[in-house]
Design a protein around this ligand. Structure first.
Ligand SMILES: Nc1ncnc2c1ncn2[C@@H]1O[C@H](COP(=O)(O)OP(=O)(O)OP(=O)(O)O)[C@@H](O)[C@H]1O
Ligand SMILES: CC(C)(CO)[C@@H](O)C(=O)[O-]
Ligand code: BAL
Length: 282
């Protein structure tokens, strides 16, 4: 499995693949790979002829300098993990390759990014949309694979595809969890043991909130119950826990229905590490 480091090299390769009529799957990542990423790659390999996996810690989507600085970078072990998953090529560019000059185009996703991750991480989705657009142009995928752990990101990228008429399909894949329920995340490896021990409570809080909704509590009441339950864990500093329409991500006013599935999303700090998770309530 080759590692390409320049935009030109990837473009040449994907141009050839397109000419040969090969179906291209694409999995964008920021590296520090875990089983969640590997599942995306395996799915992409099963549904396409060739698979590009990008590994790039994208500076423009970080609004916190320390988060960017301490984001794990483990290219060598990532390449080893990808062996046998069906990845054809790794694209691991430098910042200069991706941003030969500072980008000035700005994306505004309206109400979609005025909530949750968009509200708490100003500029985050502009950075995601910028880099994802560039990566789509370079990898020329027929299908791109994203994880539902980043539910809002999937909604934003769907909007991006529609607004800019990208000719590719977004495939969103289920969240892969540790045995104790914690959503796999590259940032988990930065958790200190005390924080790691309490981290599964995040998923438990989401499940409790989902159960409250199913029992007939209003979204507001269920949300409050989930947030209050988390208060018993002093190592968890909740940033938000929100019950939202699963499509529009706007705050939900009624319980789940066939027409309006809901998503419960949260973000929390555990000893300096910020984690997110969500569950769908249909
Ligand atoms: N546990 C998971 N299950 C399924 N997909 C996942 C999981 N974790 C991440 N992904 C997906 O992998 C892709 C790359 O994500 P990324 O490299 O940011 O990993 P990450 O583990 O989410 O890291 P972090 O949350 O610490 O930034 C995204 O589409 C993301 O949604
Ligand atoms: C899609 C992505 C690779 C863009 O940098 C990133 O936001 C991520 O890892 O989810
Ligand atoms: N998985 C989302 C990337 C980020 O947190 O910046």
């Amino acid at each position: 499995m080759e590692i390409l480091e320049t935009a030109a090299a990837l473009q040449t390769l994907t141009e050839t693949w397109r000419r040969e009529g090969r179906r291209i799957g694409f999995v964008p990542t920021m590296g520090a790979l875990h089983e969640g990423h590997l599942q995306l790659v395996r799915t992409a390999a099963a549904e396409n002829d060739v698979v590009v996996v990008s590994i790039f810690v994208n500076p423009t989507q970080f609004n916190n300098a320390d988060d960017f600085k301490f984001y794990p970078r483990t290219l060598e072990s990532d390449a080893a993990l990808l062996q046998g998953t069906g990845a054809t090529v790794i694209f691991a560019p430098s910042v200069e390759q991706m941003y030969p000059r500072p980008s000035v185009v700005r994306f505004d996703f309206g109400p979609l990014e005025r909530v949750m991750e968009g509200a708490k991480r100003p500029g985050h989705f502009n950075g995601v949309a910028t880099v994802v657009s560039k990566l789509f142009h370079l990898s020329r995928p027929h299908q791109a694979y994203f994880g539902q752990k980043d539910w809002q990101q999937v909604a934003v990228v769907q909007q991006l595809l529609a607004d800019l008429s990208f000719d590719l399909k977004l495939v969103s894949c289920p969240t892969i969890r540790e045995e104790d329920g914690l959503a796999m995340s590259s940032r988990n490896r930065r958790l200190r043991p005390e924080a790691r021990a309490v981290a599964p409570r995040l998923y438990e809080a989401l499940q409790l909130t989902a159960a409250a909704l199913r029992e007939g509590l209003s979204p507001g009441e269920a949300q409050q119950q989930g947030a209050e339950w988390l208060q018993q864990f002093p190592d968890i500093e909740l940033e938000y826990l929100e019950v939202a329409d699963a499509q529009t991500l706007q705050p939900a006013w009624a319980g789940p229905s066939a027409e309006q599935p809901l998503v419960i999303c949260l973000a929390a700090w555990l000893g300096g590490v910020r984690l997110i998770d969500n569950v769908l309530v249909e």
